[in-house]
Structures are given as C-alpha cells and as structure tokens.
Ligand binder design. Structure first.
Ligand SMILES: Nc1ncnc2c1ncn2[C@@H]1O[C@H](COP(=O)(O)OP(=O)(O)OP(=O)(O)O)[C@@H](O)[C@H]1O
Length: 229
C-alpha cells in the first residue's frame, strides 16, 4: 500500500538529509507506528506519502502509484484517498461537529442525503454520538481529536496518516483515541501513526518503524519503543 524505495529527502540548502536511504513497505490493512526523536524524519515521511514533498532520490509508491509521477492537477484527487490527522486537530471553529465532518463530504460534491446518512454513522464510530451540535470550543481535546478523525475517514480513505495525534492529550484520553484508531484499522484502513509516546506504542504492540537522523534503525512487528536513542 505504501512503499519507500531507497528514499532520500534533502531540504533546500540543508546538509543533513531529513530522510536518508529509507526502504520500507507497509501492506494494506497494517497498523504501523513511526517512532523517533524530534527531527528524526517522521513528518517528512508523512509529507512524502501525501506528496506534499517529493523525494530527492528514490521512489515513493502509494496504492501502486509512483507519487512523484502524479501530475499536479491529479494530486488533489490522489490525496482524497488518504485521511490525515494532526496533533493540533485543525477543526473549523465556526462549524459544529456535524458541520466539520459534513464539510469533508460537501467539498467532494456528495449529496445531502448521503451526508445525512453517513455522518452520524462515523460520529458513532469515533464515540461522539449526541455531540453533533457542539462547536469545537465546547469539546475537550480528546473529543476534538475524535471529530478530526471522523472528518479524516468519512470519505473512506484506504490510508489514514496520523502525525502525533495524541501529542496534546493526557494518557487516558490518548488511549481512547488509540481505541478509535484501532477500530478504524479493523474496518480495513491502513493506519500509519507518527509518535514519540512510548507508553502508547508499548501498550498496543504493533509494527514499529524507528527513524534516527532520517534512517530506519529498527523495523519490528509487535515492537516497543523506549524513547529516543
Ligand atoms: N521544510 C524544511 N526545510 C528545511 N529543513 C527541514 C524542513 N522540514 C524538515 N526539515 C528538517 O528535516 C529533519 C526532519 O524533520 P521532521 O519534521 O520530518 O522530523 P520529525 O521526526 O517529524 O520531528 P517532530 O517529532 O519534531 O515533528 C529535521 O532536521 C528538520 O529540521
């Protein structure tokens, strides 16, 4: 589903590559943690999958496509197949919970009927039943992240990328978010989550790809993470 073939990414005039000869393959339906210290290259990995950046050397394949070869005009359509969540939620502050999730369907031109049918189901999946009319400022951080996840998956993407989704949340709330991500993964979505939260990684025991200064230093099934080297 995601394949990096000897990928190096050098930003502008920097000397050390953000990613350095990375080769990994993530299969359809996997749940993978991407771990490493701040600056190890996790966000760069995610931006390369989304084609927000392109590889300096090597190739990134997503769902069978070499992302560097996708013409600019097709990039928006390509990105629709990928849901993304961030540490800082990025909700629309003047839209309700329902409105935030519905908006992701509206921009694709989905019908009002489809939106009315789909959004409540997704809100139920993320554990926000009954909160559809709230505005983001009326929600806890964990609830806001649930809205962001609902918005990211409402169009049924094949892949969900999560960049430090629990970075702003306390441990208990974080575990609730992890349960939501596991449910989404069980429904068939490939999940890649960047984190440096060892407690979460060690609790879930999923695949762990560790980056250090842009290089893969460990790739283990059911791995653990004891913090940056
Ligand atoms: N646009 C850019 N221009 C120059 N250097 C960059 C750029 N983006 C990232 N870098 C550098 O590339 C390296 C990897 O950064 P990246 O953001 O991928 O790390 P990260 O593991 O996601 O870190 P964090 O956990 O802090 O988000 C860092 O040295 C960073 O300073």
């Amino acid at each position: 589903m995601i394949r990096f073939d000897n990928v190096t990414k050098v930003h502008g005039d920097t000397s050390h590559p953000a990613l350095d000869g990375v080769s990994v393959e993530i299969d359809r339906g996997e749940f993978t943690f991407l771990v490493g210290a701040s600056g190890s290259g996790k966000s760069t990995f995610i931006r390369l999958v989304l084609r927000e950046e392109t590889a300096s050397r090597g190739a990134v394949h997503v769902a069978g496509q070499n992302v560097s070869a996708i013409p600019a005009w097709r990039v928006p359509r390509f990105r629709r197949g990928i849901g993304v969540v961030f540490q800082d939620f990025r909700l629309l502050p003047n839209k309700t919970v329902f409105g935030n999730v519905a908006f992701a369907m509206q921009v694709l031109g989905r019908s009002r009927t489809a939106i009315r049918q789909t959004v409540p189901v997704v809100l139920e999946t993320v554990g926000l039943h009954g909160k559809d009319g709230r505005f983001p400022h009326e929600l806890s951080g964990g609830e806001q992240q649930r809205v962001a996840i609902a918005r990211a998956v409402v169009n049924r993407p094949a892949i969900l990328l999560a960049d430090e989704p629990t970075g702003n949340l306390d441990p208990t709330t974080s575990m609730g978010i992890m349960n939501v991500l596991e449910t989404i993964n069980q429904n068939g979505t490939t999940v890649v989550m960047a984190t440096h939260d060892g407690a979460i990684v060690n609790e879930l025991r999923r695949r762990v790809i560790e980056l250090d200064h842009g290089a893969v230093v460990r790739d283990e099934a059911e791995g653990i993470y004891e913090g940056a080297r």
